[in-house]
Ligand binder design. Sequence first.
Ligand code: BV8
Length: 229
Amino acid sequence: MTKIVILTGAGVSAESGLGTFRDKDGLWTRYDLEEVATPEGFARNPALVHEFYNARRKNCVEATPNAAHHALARLERDFDGPVLIVTQNVDDLHERAGSSHVWHMHGQLTRALCAACGHRWDAPAVMAPADPCPACAAPATRPDIVWFGEYPYGMEAIWDELRAADLFVSIGTSGNVYPAAAFVQDAARAGAQTLELNLEPSIGAHDFEEVRTGPATEIVPAWVAQMLA
Ligand code: BV8
């Protein structure tokens, strides 16, 4: 039984209108990463960070899954083997396209976290620093997002999956951010085949056995059709 592990990044949601980070006019060209995606930035100015994520949560609600998300959901449904999506993305477009086996290693826009007691709940559309935690009432609510310098979620389970994978596919990520950028090496070391599907070769393209370039809405459905043939 062939086990497929797929890593996705902002490029898989780009054609749904959600900004990427490092492309031309990407998010990190308009916002200072240090200010809005680090615990230090949140401590300094929680209102700015909530404003940043409130805007992205609104974009996400207004966006719709694209042909790449739908193709991956079809693969999970019809492929004769387990398909796991580990996503760096904090949007819910994979789930809204029908994928159910999705791990958000960098958290989710749709979830809130209490920095005081660790309680998690479904995030309201708009969050503000003074919002009381539903469990402990402390005004310590934050987006349930993994910021730079914080430990991504589920790493031990992810590394287990990479070690057991027969095929590792990276889709729509530039290979800038660790530990996700090293997954191809983790998988290859354990004997997996490796494939990159991206608009252009990523920083880590040389680590992949095969690299296919083009828009995700074209090359992902083509690859899925090939896998299901
Ligand atoms: C951690 C949530 C300790 C925020 C994000 C070495 C080892 C370990 C850590 C580090 C290390 N070196 C440096 C670090 C620290 C740091 C890091 O990697 N820094 C970088 C900048 C150098 N990493 C961390 O802090 C991580 N935590 O290290 O904990 C630890 C140590 C060891 C082992 C485990 C843990 C935490 C990182 C998480 C930060 N949070 N997201 C938010 O979303 O608001 S990361 C952020 O970047 C986004 O989540 C995004 O998902 C992620 C990666 O970006 P991409 O998805 O790749 O997006 P990008 O714009 O870069 O690229 C888009 C790609 O799509 C491009 O290639 C483009 O060509 C392509 N594309 C565009 N359009 C299309 C397309 N492809 C197809 N079709 C299209 N239409």
